[in-house]
Design a protein. Structure first.
Length: 264
């Protein structure tokens, strides 16, 4: 995958990994469509990307609002006749136990992480197929591979993304649709700060593990390099990634550890 001169749409581009990946893509002189909720923050990212030699278009929308997603897709696809890459970095995490979390919060997490993501994908996929192919990158999490406490619906929404996009890949090999599952561990972002608590309010605390995680700039370099190599799964993080392999090869050990791991 050569990103030079390509049209790439990045969600969650206003902060965190999405912002860092957008900036990394900008060195490839790509045309970047930048989306997220904060228009002001997106314009700041756009300015950096333009200084690096890329052209940009800021298209804000709310992943948790289907109408907002559809309107953004309509706006973009009326102007852009080719979307070479669609990269999903938008989403919300969770910090609450199953028995204290109302169903409304569970549904909200799924609306943002799962339904918002697949709504945009379903809008863009036909134009990719029509134009002979494209790449879709989907950010899940290591808890998209296994569950831990305090993350029930977050983990479930991310595992749902794995199932959906693996099916999409299987159906569209003939259409040259490349799918990469981006699986971060602990990265230095505000994901825990912006997570939802049991009341659906902002958690507003930085997890100690998150604060000590891999830097977001290094993470973005790894992600873009592996997207360029068309890797189907992109694991990025620190020693916590070993749990993915423990879950796969030593399930009994995983069951033992998963109830003892401090989730913060």
């Amino acid at each position: 995958m050569d990103f030079t001169g390509k049209t790439l749409w990045i969600t969650g581009a206003s902060s965190g990994i999405g912002k860092a990946v957008a900036i990394e893509f900008s060195y490839k002189k790509a045309h970047l469509i930048l989306s997220g909720r904060s228009e002001e923050a997106l314009h700041k990212v756009a300015s950096v990307c333009q200084n690096n030699g890329s052209t940009t278009w800021v298209v804000p929308f709310d992943l948790g609002d289907e109408k907002s997603v559809r309107e953004a897709a309509k706006t973009v696809l009326e102007k852009e006749k080719i979307i070479d890459g669609l990269y999903h970095f938008g989403g919300v995490s969770q910090r609450s136990f199953v028995d204290e979390t109302p169903l409304s919060v569970d549904r909200r997490i799924f609306e943002i992480n799962f339904f918002g993501t697949i709504t945009l994908t379903k809008a863009v996929l036909p134009i990719m197929i029509k134009n002979g192919g494209g790449q879709i990158g989907v950010t899940t999490s290591i808890v998209g591979k296994f569950g831990i406490s305090y993350r029930s619906s977050y983990s479930a929404s991310k595992q749902a993304l794995h199932g959906f996009f693996e099916s999409l890949r299987a159906e569209n090999v003939k259409n040259k649709i490349l799918v990469s599952m981006i699986i971060p561990g602990r990265i230095q972002t505000n994901i825990s700060v912006n997570a939802l608590n049991k009341d659906g309010d902002i958690y507003n605390k930085m997890d100690a593990g998150q604060d000590q995680g891999k830097s977001v700039s290094t993470t973005a370099k790894i992600i873009v390099k592996k997207l360029q190599r068309e890797r189907k799964e992109i694991l990025v993080g620190g020693s916590e990634l070993i749990m993915v392999h423990i879950r796969r090869f030593f399930p009994r050990l995983y069951y033992y550890l998963s109830s003892r791991i401090k989730p913060l």
